[in-house]
Design a protein around this ligand. Structure first.
Ligand code: BGC
Length: 721
């Protein structure tokens, strides 16, 4: 279908048909779905009548080739102009083959594998009939109380941007029209959803425009530069105005400044939520604000279908705003080839052969192993196959390791840690006991665990959070493991056996009571379908741990937000002339996190030496080369993530103490040495000034290279303009 025919189609549409194109409804509304249009509960109260459903533009949450084909077929008969539906779903870190949660994927620092995981997710979703995924979620996060940190790749703008691009490439490929194994991406949640006050979901976001542009916006922009077809608005306010009705954010920034011409969708119910936010009197005003601000699709509330007609007829809204929005949706349908092939990739036979294939599971296993972070190891790991293991804890035999956004994943098909270990070492040297539930315990459970541990050479404690304890609406004010699990560790520790804690959780935790008790701590996150196998690979040294944290682990929730790229303050605690009291510090806690950004151990050790700069003066158009030598100084081959940071010592506005500018994942055999090079250009030193101009300042900078954000070699240079 040509662009001209789209205009003709638009001309043929009635006002009501155009308005309904902007409506997104959940699957149960549609004939052909398993609910077959029989809706109940709150959905019934939405008052959607059949004429709207027949003209609706898109469907939320359908999946499965059979169901999607049936809905589409029925719709093509019912829709007066035969306009196909768009099917959109949340395919966040896998469709059925579930990869680790995005925060874990971040910790892999492996952009190729991240891209591959998105490609596999797209493939499985596409054969199941899905056209658009509500991913990647690229919200920068600094507060582990917020449950959705597990959906983000972490606290760094540069790294998040790299992952944003990798995921968009993986989902969309290079030719969305012809490559029916791909799905369109929808970057979310625009903007700054990851900065809610107090870490409470949906809460107020309050920051300057400069901070927004400098820190929070780059990852969304990167996703758009990589071609993301859609953007989803956030639930929160940005500078006092809900993102979903925020003209400055959508029309001015996204459309005019960034030239985004794809489809903008609200988050679930967010158009109507402008009423409780207190910026709209009623649904009519909410619709008015959203359409004026540039929002195309309204997800799951009915302000547009209820009020746009009146607003247009009264002359309050220009019909051209509606036409623009409809055209963008039709263009996306065209780009996906839906006018020619409304069923696109949906294919029952391929669903059988492709979904959860060995190849997909293998990729999930590899990524899960690369995502886990070894936080502590007092010479107890790797385990030996001949050791007798007591595997104890609520996560030992739990399939709840997929994370909260694993909608189509099945816990029953997930490999538990116990299964993973058994497959590796056989049943003879493994004893398992639950010890306690996630948040409750009985005396009998504890007694059984202690008996089991007594006979073993080593105890592996499998601990963590239920998936509902993080994710959307999963904020916690206490980010320790639940008390029963801390009690379990203490009780086991009294046996004086070497003890390893393996953690399955969706956020950085306060690890007091864990890191001080266990001899080794492995952060496994929510590792996905192949979790048990991947963690067993790490525990037994078949894979050497290489993940590094992309979000700081605080000492306590009282330190939050704590992140590596913070400012110095006027009274830094570690200044040579710092006073004892009147410095920026806590009386009862260090300033630094327990485990900093970039931190992660290996079964081998890497030494960094000979940091050199090709010049000590950088100018426009004359890049500088940073060279460091890294040696594997241990006995085992291993992968190291070499990190490269800079500091701008004097800016017009204050500048972070460190900013990540690059990294490389390298593999070194024992005693192997490698030179690693990074290039630094003047462009990489630019930042947003007080007037929002994005430029660099001449002056002194320091380059840091090291194994994490804390322990780096340093060298200074001068930038002149
Ligand atoms: C979430 C989004 C998600 C949407 C559709 C919302 O509640 O915030 O991330 O894409 O639901 O399922």
């Amino acid at each position: 279908m040509s662009e001209q025919s789209l205009d003709l189609l638009l001309n043929e549409m009635t006002l009501d048909e155009k308005i309904a194109q902007l409506m997104q409804l959940a699957t149960p509304f549609f004939k052909g779905s398993s609910d077959n249009g029989e809706i109940t509960g709150p959905m019934e109260e939405m008052g959607i009548d059949e004429s709207i459903i027949k003209s609706t533009g898109s469907v939320l949450g359908a999946s499965g080739a059979k169901e999607i084909k049936a809905i589409q077929k029925q719709h093509l008969q019912d829709n007066r102009l035969g306009i196909p539906l768009l099917f959109m779903s949340d395919i966040i870190h896998g469709y059925k083959t579930i990869f680790p949660v995005p925060l874990a994927i971040g910790c892999s620092w492996d952009l190729q594998l991240a891209e591959k995981s998105a490609e596999i997710a797209a493939k499985e979703a596409a054969v199941s009939g899905v056209h658009v995924t509500f991913a990647p979620m690229v919200d920068l996060v600094r507060d582990p109380r917020w449950g959705r940190v597990m959906e983000s790749t972490g606290e760094d703008p540069y790294l998040n941007s790299e992952f944003a691009k990798a995921q968009v490439r993986g989902f969309q490929g290079n030719d969305l029209t012809h490559d029916i194994n791909r799905v369109a991406a929808c970057v979310k949640h625009f903007a700054a959803y990851g900065a809610p006050e107090g870490g409470r979901d949906y809460n107020t976001v309050n920051m300057s425009e400069r901070e927004l542009r400098e820190t929070y916006l780059p990852a969304y922009k990167a996703a758009l530069d990589a071609g993301s077809e859609m953007v989803m608005t956030a639930f929160n306010i940005v500078d006092g105005i809900p993102a979903t009705g925020n003209k400055k954010l959508m029309r001015d920034l996204l459309r005019d400044e960034w030239k985004f011409d794809g489809v903008l969708i609200s988050d679930w119910g967010a158009v109507k939520e402008q009423i409780p936010h207190g910026v709209a009197e009623d649904g009519k005003e909410a619709a008015l604000k959203a359409i004026k601000a540039g929002l195309d699709i309204e997800m799951m509330t009915t302000c547009y279908v209820d009020h746009l007609r009146d607003l247009i007829e009264a002359g309050t809204v220009d019909e051209s705003l509606l036409d623009e929005a409809v055209l963008r949706i039709l263009q996306l349908k065209k780009k996906l080839g839906l006018f020619e092939n409304p069923y696109r990739g949906a294919d029952e036979a391929k669903e059988q052969s492709l979904i959860m294939s060995d190849e997909h599971r293998q990729a999930a296993r590899e990524l899960a192993a690369k995502s886990a972070v070894l936080l502590k190891n007092d010479q107890v790991l790797p385990l030996q196959k001949q050791q007798e293991i007591a595997l104890i804890g609520p996560m030992a035999e739990s399939g709840d390791i997929l994370g909260q956004w694993s909608w189509r994943g099945s816990r029953e098909e997930a490999v538990t840690l116990s299964e993973g270990i058994k497959t590796k070492i056989g049943p003879d040297n493994l004893r398992t006991a639950q010890g306690c539930g996630i948040e409750s315990a009985t005396e009998a459970q504890l007694a059984e665990a202690i008996e089991t541990a007594k006979t073993a050479d080593i105890v592996v404690l499998a601990l963590g959070e239920r998936s509902e304890m993080s994710g959307e609406a999963g904020s916690r004010s206490n980010i320790q493991l639940p008390q029963v699990q801390l009690d379990l560790i203490k009780a086991v520790k009294q046996l004086n056996k070497p003890t390893v804690a393996v953690l399955f959780n969706g956020r950085p935790l306060d690890l007091h009571g864990v890191a001080d008790q266990a001899d080794a701590v492995l952060e496994a996150w929510q590792p996905g379908t192949e979790g048990g196998n991947a963690i067993a690979d790490l525990l037994y040294g078949d894979v050497n741990p290489s993940g590094k944290l992309t979000m700081s682990f605080p000492h306590s929730v009282g330190q939050v937000p704590v992140y590596y790229n913070h400012f110095n303050t006027g009274r830094p605690k570690d200044a040579p002339d710092a006073q004892e009291r009147y410095v920026s510090q806590y009386l009862d806690s260090p300033n630094d996190p327990m485990y900093p950004f970039g931190f992660g151990l290996s079964y081998t050790s890497f030494t960094y030496h000979d940091l050199t700069l090709s010049t000590d003066s950088l100018t426009f158009g004359q890049p500088l080369t940073v060279t460091v030598t890294v040696t594997n100084s241990g006995q085992t081959a291993g992968e190291e993530i070499v990190q490269f940071y800079t500091r701008d010592h004097v800016g017009e506005v204050v500048r972070p103490l460190k900013e990540l500018k690059g990294f490389q994942r390298i593999k070194l055999e024992p005693r192997e040495t490698r030179e690693v090079h990074f290039t630094l250009t003047e462009e990489q030193l630019r930042y947003h000034h007080a007037d929002l101009e994005f430029t660099s300042d001449p002056g002194t900078f320091t380059v840091y290279v090291g194994p994490n954000s804390k322990e780096c070699l340093a060298k200074s240079f001068h930038l002149s303009h």
